[in-house]
Design a protein. Structure first.
Ligand code: ATP
Ligand code: MG
Length: 560
């Protein structure tokens, strides 16, 4: 189920081999690819794979990659999606330069090519309803039935098509079809629909059109107009390739792109269908398209994943032709690898309990030095202050230790990260028995955290924050949105697999004082807790909100 091979970047992408050969043989002198989204939703991690393939090949072979909106369905398209798609491609680190295109800018040319097909006797206006067309289509084992309107004269077809354009007919009353072969074993060639009537304004070209080309009639021709050499799409388009080629063979197009298909990305514990993502938003199961648990690029970005980590992931999973599943832990591991290197360390106590060090002078404050990265002295250090009262994490204290628990216990000792060795001498509780605070003592000889007056050894190390200097923050601990590896499996309702613990909100976390003025973009490793970044939407200088980007270790695989 998991793809973890770390093949050399060039070895696991069959498209590189094809392009290499096309350049060597002189078939092409340079390559042109495109990323062609329909602006009908937000991009997700699956699209990132396609973006990295198309822009990555152009980069590696000195070619160029276009961003083209395949905007043939105004009923579902919106400017909001266009803007967000552009932002997401840029966020991933790719640049289309001058090469931003819209299939809708080619509508006039596509219309002329449709007229051309009519003139050649290769297209006709169909009066049958959509339902009748489907009923006449036949099956994989039975041929379709030819329409009674299939043999209209060229003149009548041209006139009707012109009238369709001018808005004379209501939506759905007629379509233009290609006249190919109703008996073809490939269903896409059974007189596919080329144009439909739709009285709807278009987000890019306004209300200039009353008819719109179908995706299949627009896509390949748009590739040809732009001089795309390698038109790369997902495997579900494989059966459309003969139709793609039929249009290129039967129209006076300026170039002949070639379509190649690759396996789409499927990720465990994730749904990627636009319809389902939309439903999660609509039902309020998530807070929006950019909810940090969503697999959308806006969600991943808000959560704090880095573009470099997403690119590394796309490189690592490679490009093949057989459908496969990638475990989401592979993506999470790429995020950890990127952040481990770059993220400064800091201390944050998520579930604070107070420890009062009774032998430490009241009012005294000491400054201790803390390294910003354990392996990178060049990242420097910062000052953390220490005093009589500190916060420690509730999980680091057990009144009666279980076997193997080396953190704080009553009567036991623990090292404070970057500081003294302390011991717990007692617990103060309220009437219900809830712990109010702990009392303890510090060992003045152990300031460096290593030495003790009598040379005794202390095993555990915990993080802490000075109570007098701490900053209070909210932390959102995100986890996987689904608790089943394949929530999208056919038949079952994917919503039954939602993970009830996909987010935990902690509102009174205590951070070291250096985080008070933290930059929103900086990703931190909170020692022993995970990687965190401020939520770019909700965090404010006087009310910090941090998102957990990813835990330090993969707890899911360990559980299984
Ligand atoms: P729709 O059902 O609306 O067509 P889509 O996810 O295919 O949804 P597009 O906007 O058409 O959306 O996608 C743009 C490009 O991204 C296409 O070339 C498509 O093949 C590719 N793509 C979409 N999903 C994935 C995926 N899971 N893995 C890899 N590529 C994908
Ligand atoms: Mg699509």
């Amino acid at each position: 189920m998991t793809t973890t091979e770390q093949a050399a970047p060039t070895a696991n992408n069959f498209l590189r081999t094809i392009i290499d050969e096309d350049l060597k043989s002189g078939k092409h002198s340079g390559i042109v690819t495109r990323f062609p989204p329909e602006p009908n939703g937000y991009l997700h991690i699956g699209h990132a794979k396609s973006i990295c393939i198309n822009f990555g090949l152009a980069r590696d072979f000195g070619g160029r990659c276009h961003l083209r909106f395949d905007d043939t369905n105004p009923a579902k398209e919106e400017q909001e999606y266009i803007d967000s798609i552009k932002d997401s491609v840029r966020w991933l680190g790719f640049d289309w330069g001058e090469h931003l295109y819209y299939a809708s800018d080619y509508f006039e040319q596509l219309y002329k090519w449709a007229q051309y097909l009519i003139e050649q006797g290769k297209a006709y206006v169909e009066d049958l309803s959509g339902e009748e067309i489907r009923a006449h289509r036949g099956t994989l084992t039975e041929p379709g039935i030819e329409s009674p309107f299939r043999n209209r004269s060229v003149g009548e077809n041209l006139m009707l098509f012109q009238e369709m354009r001018s808005g004379k007919f209501p939506d759905g009353s007629r379509v233009l079809r290609a006249k190919i072969d109703m008996a073809s074993p490939n269903m896409s060639l059974r007189d596919p629909v080329l144009y439909r009537i739709l009285h709807a304004p278009h987000p890019h070209v306004g209300d200039a059109w009353k008819i719109y080309p179908m995706y299949d009639f627009a896509h390949g021709q748009s590739d040809a107009i732009e001089g795309i050499t390698h038109s790369i799409c997902t495997l579900e388009f494989e059966s459309h390739r003969p139709l793609y080629e039929w249009f290129l063979d039967n129209l006076p197009v300026p170039a002949r792109p070639r379509q190649y298909e690759f396996a789409r990305l499927n990720l465990t514990y994730t749904v990627m269908s636009k319809r389902k993502l939309q439903e999660l938003v609509k039902l309020g199961i998530v807070s929006g398209w950019d909810d940090p648990r969503m697999p959308t690029l806006v969600g991943i970005k808000r959560r704090g994943y880095t573009p470099a980590a997403v690119r590394a992931f796309c490189e690592q999973i490679g490009v093949g032709r057989s459908d496969s599943w990638i475990d989401v832990s592979v993506l999470e591991e790429c995020v950890r690898a990127d952040l481990n290197d770059a993220a400064p360390r800091a201390m944050a106590v998520l579930r604070p309990i107070k420890l009062v060090l009774d032998n430490y002078p009241a009012g005294q404050v000491e400054e201790l030095q803390a390294a910003n990265h354990p392996q990178k002295p060049e990242m420097g250090s910062r000052t953390v202050r220490f005093g009589r009262e500190i916060w420690i994490d509730a999980e680091d204290f057990m009144e009666v230790p279980s076997k193997g628990f080396f953190r704080l216990t009553v009567g036991g000792e623990v090292k404070l990260r970057f500081g003294y060795i302390v011991k717990c001498t007692g617990v103060v509780r309220d009437e219900q028995g809830t712990i109010l605070e702990l009392h303890g003592e510090y060992d003045p000889a152990s300031r460096d955290g290593i030495h003790t007056a009598d040379g005794r050894k202390v095993k555990g190390v915990i993080h802490w924050v000075s109570a007098a200097h701490a900053v209070t923050a909210e932390m959102r601990l995100f986890d996987r949105l689904f608790s089943d590896p394949n929530p999208d499996r056919g038949g079952a309702d994917y919503k039954q697999f939602l993970n009830p613990a996909s987010v935990e909100m902690l509102t009174s976390c205590k951070l070291e004082a250096s985080l008070a003025g933290a930059d929103v973009e900086t990703r931190y490793q909170f020692e022993r807790q995970g990687y965190f970044r401020q939520d770019p939407k909700d965090s404010q200088s006087d009310k910090l909100v941090f998102n957990r980007i990813v835990t330090l270790r993969d707890t899911w695989t360990a559980k299984k």
